[in-house]
Design a protein around this ligand. Structure first.
Ligand SMILES: [Zn+2]
Length: 205
């Protein structure tokens, strides 16, 4: 579940709640329309687009910000290892041992304190058949962790944690190249979400 804030050009933001399924629909719509999509480290997303204001005939920026309701979390490399294990196992189960919760993903077992972290922050959810899957929040947070990009102080070199690097001819071009990189990885992310994942999210509502 996400908190949803829709910004308006007149400053009257509207606040609401978005289910995981609704958030996924918003992401796909943004992707189809070529809107800017930026995943946040918390596992949320900011969608931004331009619209021509009827009154002034000038472009105005609009945005939708989705923030997970279960609060901020900074992912660790260990979280990402757990994500990979969960994503690659056919059956992922949540069980108990000595009263503590334990996630089992194939041959891989996630320790109780890490299981609590994944469950309590909404990074995993149960499918209809009881098997656990990663949530949209987990996938967005992982995307944001992988792609932290920045322009160098002199403003012409762009680097990203994923290894992307480019030397632009001007600070303006550097900003454009950085935005283009984020846009490309966000589009690839939406495109990569499987039909199985989409069906599981839709069934969760
Ligand atoms: Zn990157």
């Amino acid at each position: 579940m996400f908190t949803e804030i829709v910004s308006s050009h007149d400053g009257n933001d509207s606040h609401g709640t978005a289910t995981e399924s609704h958030a996924l629909t918003l992401l796909r719509r943004a992707y189809n329309r070529g809107y800017a999509i930026e995943a946040t480290g918390q596992g949320g997303v900011v969608i931004t687009w331009r619209r021509i204001a009827l009154a002034t005939h000038r472009p105005v920026l609009r945005s939708i910000t989705l923030t997970p309701k279960l609060g901020p979390l900074t992912l660790t490399e260990q979280d990402l290892d757990h994500f990979r294990a969960i994503d690659s196992a056919k059956i992922v189960s949540l069980g108990r041992r000595d009263g503590a919760r334990i996630i089992t993903a194939g041959l891989y077992e996630i320790a109780p304190e890490h299981t609590d972290r994944l469950v309590d922050h909404g990074l995993v959810a149960a499918d209809r058949n009881g098997s656990l899957r990663l949530t949209l929040t987990a996938r967005l947070a992982a995307l944001a962790k992988k792609h932290v990009s920045a322009c160098a102080p002199q403003g012409r070199a762009v680097t990203c944690l994923c290894g992307f690097t480019v030397h632009a001819r001007s600070a303006e071009e550097a900003t454009q190249r950085q935005q283009a990189h984020q846009a490309r990885v966000s589009a690839e992310f939406v495109d990569s979400l499987s039909a199985t994942f989409t069906a599981a999210v839709a069934a969760a509502c």
